[in-house]
Write a protein that binds this ligand. Sequence first.
Ligand code: HEM
Ligand code: MG
Length: 332
Amino acid sequence: LPPPPPGPLTSNGTKLVNDRSHPWKPLRKGDIRGPCPGLNTLASHGYLPRDGVASPSQIITAVQEGFNMESGLARFVTYGAHLVDGNLVTDLLSIGGKTKKTGKDAPPPAIIGGLNTHRVFEGDSSMTRGDDFFGDNHSFNQTLFDQFVEYSNRFGGGSYNITVAAELRHRRIQESIATNPEFDFTSPRFFTAFAESTFPYAFFVDGRISNRTTAALDMTNATLFFRDSKFPRDFWRPPAPTGAIGIIEIFSAYPIAPGRNVGAVNTYTPDPTSADFGNFCLLYTNFVNNTVKSLYPDPKGVLRRNLILNLRYFYGGIAGGGCEEIFPYGQI
Ligand code: HEM
Ligand code: MG
């Protein structure tokens, strides 16, 4: 049975996380990394299994312990990813590409392809990874990182802060509109893109800096996290449970409706059926009714039971947010 998610941290202040029991180690043959610099770093320091294959509970524990991610967000993101990218029978998820290590697959249309799987969770206009259309949606991309540095120099005096975040988010969207005929910026990517733009200053800045809204990430440390999956020396986690601080400010600097290019560059067309910041519960209902349901149209037995349980844990991340719970596979 997939266990219920670990609860919030009981001791939830800052502390040294690049400690003696979590040394960075280089990749061994077969170790998997992917599009998320946060999870990559946790794996390379042993907060997650170093091979890059983990259970949702292990991921929730690791992001709380290593980065002080707020427990509701940790749950919602982890179960969201697991539902579409993970193996719901073995309770294992690859933080990168598809692997036999997650066990025997459920039948198609299930994908079980790990976090690299395009569209169901991973999406376009990432800061340091290319759009899937160009062939690699998960590796560190030096050209894109050079732009990250250029924007940090231009708008942040050499560091990545909320001002840089807003400018670079806008820039990456405009770039994808102009170059990627398959650019898709509908939910859930619409939300994850803005959320992830906050993460470098929210999570990658040392926790002994207490004002997190003015926190700024220098380029030496940015390189360590994004490229090398490595904590800086003497790195302390954020001082309190932390979420996507400033996400609305970033969105509001250059508001855009969710939408997509329709088969050619520069054809961005809003999609009114997609959730946006004015309709957060639609993110949850569309994800469950459309994305999850399309992968698992008619599950049976253990698979169905685990879908029901994982959907409940997923909803648990936003319970209290005023969204009504839905049960596409019934209740147990
Ligand atoms: C991006 C998953 C937690 C930092 C991503 C992406 C995935 C992902 C699939 C790729 C999306 C894309 O750019 O197309 C997860 C899951 C988490 C988690 C399942 C579990 C809670 C974290 C944490 C941090 C983090 C704790 C920071 C400490 C980032 C950043 C990006 C990202 C900065 C954007 C990378 C870029 O745009 O180049 N994450 N993540 N994530 N994640 Fe995570
Ligand atoms: Mg991406």
